[in-house]
Design a protein around this ligand. Structure first.
Ligand code: HEC
Ligand code: HEC
Length: 470
């Protein structure tokens, strides 16, 4: 992992060359040391934190029955779907776990992109689009516009089942074709999203709208001075909070949507296949249904999407490390710089969950998510030109930073593995660059990032250590 971050870093001397150099020019070591001092101080992302996963456990304080739901849900989340289960006809993956596995089940992209293998698994004949690489992130693709120029914005599934024969069925007679992604790439019409981790989502779900609004109105003069505004996204008059644009309301909705969009598994929330070619249906529709004739006893009444939702709800948030990387003092200083420079004006360190949640383990808990759950204008540099609900083409949910220490890829499209690059990408002048039709004002984070740049190297390193401790 370290080498991955070093490849992106501007440092000229690797830690191995450095002592060697010193030894060979023994007499001049002091002078060399002085000369290299600024380089030795170069700020560097410590990389993915080693040690145990520190995530993936159930919430403390669940009842016996809730723990059982967690286990059943974990099984559903990990289960590989085949043709006979309703996979496809168009799909991005064959299990939830596939894209949500780092550093534990429920997380995000693993080191090796699982989409590469799934493209041709079991005899399927899909091409690998150019934006997917073996050591890059798993991605979901959206098109900005339709061929006639009207707004699209939707997910276009990467793969089709045509030719696939797995142990649950055969799609050798299915002839639907994969979308032509390269022509969309050539027209600059395709944008990407990487998976977000689902640890602690039950806590996020249990934060009251009033808490989000009260936090939005805190420090209003400081925020105004920094150019930070931000607003909630809504679904059904409630503050929605899941996904890169806070476009989704709840774990149940996300389970229904991800089942349909990622796996092609139709369900009680989204019962209609996105691809309706009758020659390519190998399971009854909806694939996951509550009131089928298979229901013979009470436990069967639980649908897959309910089980998935329960698993995610009952997942504990990631555990931060008190002293790794860089030691406890550096991490503490980094936390102070994070607050002092204004990062915390968007990345709110903690929000408290609703005292009247129906699950005691979710009641009145401090969720250390480092997000205000609002969407902010991030300028043309990050804009993806996709509007969702009240989130515009350059607006994104303040990314929750809990679990950051174990993350491999950053930002909505997974454009970098380097924290420093991710931080600097927050800075963007208005109208500087236009993708598609995008014309946007400056990023709300510009002043905060300027303050970050004014920290000295040691202070910046403390901040990176703090972020990698999360
Ligand atoms: C092909 C990869 C892929 C697969 C398979 C996949 N996801 Fe995801 N997941 C994503 C991406 C990409 C996002 C971000 C989507 C967005 O914001 O537009 C995401 C986001 C989420 C989130 C939002 C969490 C948050 O706080 O933002 C949840 C919940 C989720 N997925 C659940 C699931 C479930 C349940 C399944 C299985 C039914 C699943 N995912 C399968 C790629 C995947
Ligand atoms: C104006 C609000 C705002 C401020 C100020 C801000 N951020 Fe962010 N941050 C965001 C948003 C929104 C995203 C998601 C952007 C995207 O993915 O396109 C994000 C993403 C990130 C990410 C990547 C997380 C991920 O899941 O990929 C890191 C790391 C981060 N911010 C750190 C910082 C640090 C450190 C500071 C202070 C120097 C800071 N941010 C200041 C809003 C803000």
């Amino acid at each position: 992992m370290k080498s991955r971050t070093h490849r992106n870093s501007p440092s000229l001397f690797s830690p191995i060359q450095f002592p060697l150099l010193k030894r060979t020019v023994a007499g001049l070591s002091l002078a060399v040391g002085l000369l290299l001092a600024p380089l030795a101080l170069a700020v560097d992302d410590p990389g993915v934190r080693g040690g145990p996963a520190a995530a993936g456990e159930p919430l403390p304080g669940l009842t016996e029955v809730q723990l059982e739901f967690f286990e059943v849900g974990l099984e559903a989340f990990s289960a590989t779907q085949g043709l006979g289960d309703g996979l496809g006809p168009r799909f991005n993956g064959d299990s939830c776990k596939m894209c949500h596995s780092q550093p534990a089940i429920g997380g995000t992209n693993p080191l090796t992109n699982p989409e590469i293998a799934i493209a041709t698994a079991f005899g399927a004949r899909n091409q690998i689009p150019s934006f997917l690489t073996p050591d890059g992130p798993a991605r979901e693709a959206r098109f900005i516009r339709n061929p006639d120029g009207s707004i699209d914005g939707g997910v276009h599934q990467l793969f089709v089942i045509s030719g696939r024969v797995d142990n649950t069925g055969s799609a050798s007679d299915c002839t639907i074709e994969q979308e032509d992604f390269e022509s969309q790439v050539a027209r600059d019409n395709v944008v990407f999203r990487i998976p977000t981790p689902v640890f602690g989502t039950g806590l996020m779900e249990s934060i009251a709208d009033t808490t989000i609004l009260a936090n939005m109105n805190r420090f209003s003069s400081e925020k105004r001075a920094l150019g930070i505004s931000g607003h909630p996204n809504h679904v059904a008059k409630t503050i929605s909070r899941f996904g890169w644009k806070a476009q989704n309301l709840s774990m149940l909705f996300f389970s229904g949507e991800a089942s349909n969009v990622e796996l092609g598994i139709t369900n009680q929330l989204l019962p209609v296949e996105r691809e309706q070619d009758p020659d390519c249906q190998y399971a009854p529709v909806p694939n996951d249904s509550q009131m089928s004739n298979d229901v013979i006893a009470f436990p069967d009444l639980m649908t897959k999407i309910q089980n998935l939702a329960n698993f995610m709800r009952f997942l504990a948030p990631p555990e931060p490390s008190p002293d790794t990387p860089g030691g406890a003092e550096s991490i503490e200083r980094g936390r102070e710089h994070f607050i002092r420079t204004g990062c915390a004006m968007c990345h709110t360190p903690a929000l408290t969950t609703n005292p009247s949640s129906t699950v005691e383990a979710l009641q009145n808990k401090e969720a250390n998510l480092f997000s205000d759950l609002l969407v902010h204008n991030m300028g043309p540099g990050l804009a993806d030109n996709i509007a969702q609900g009240e989130a515009a083409g350059d607006e994104f949910r303040t990314a929750p930073l809990w679990g950051l220490g174990k993350r491999i890829f950053f930002l909505h499209d997974g454009r970098t593995t380097d924290l420093l690059v991710a931080i600097r990408a927050h800075r963007s002048r208005g109208n500087g660059r236009s993708q598609g039709n995008g014309r946007y004002g400056p990023s709300e984070a510009n002043k905060v990032i300027a303050q970050f740049e004014r920290l000295d190297a040691g202070e910046q390193q403390d901040m990176l250590n703090f972020l990698r401790s999360l």
